[in-house]
Design a protein around this ligand. Structure first.
Ligand SMILES: [Zn+2]
Length: 106
């Protein structure tokens, strides 16, 4: 059981990417923009976070045919357990409420 490959992987296809915009009065300020992950990869974005909990993501790129498309998973299991899009959250049967990541990416 422990060695079995977990086929129930998270598959987050939409993420927030960190961008910069011109601030009123000069300079730049960072902001988070919602994007499809495959578009973000083409645009060469490098900073990602979960759009629902703000938690860190692991990004899996795919360039091979037949392999699942690029997707992201929560880096921290705790995020996955309490994020609305988290795999472990969806599996939970205790009626828990989603909550933001304890370690959001800022
Ligand atoms: Zn999340």
């Amino acid at each position: 059981m422990a060695t079995k490959v977990d086929k129930d992987r998270e598959k987050i296809l939409q993420v927030e990417v960190k961008r910069r915009r011109v601030k009123a009065g000069g300079g730049y300020e960072p902001f988070w923009k919602l994007k499809d992950l495959d578009v973000a990869l083409v645009d060469e974005d490098t900073e990602f976070r979960c759009k629902d909990c703000g938690g860190a993501l692991k990004v899996f790129k795919s360039h091979k045919a037949g392999v699942p498309v690029a997707h992201a998973e929560h880096k921290e299991r705790a995020d996955s357990e309490y994020c609305a899009t988290g795999l472990h959250f969806k599996k939970a049967t205790d009626g828990r409420e989603p909550r933001p990541s304890a370690h959001p990416v800022e």
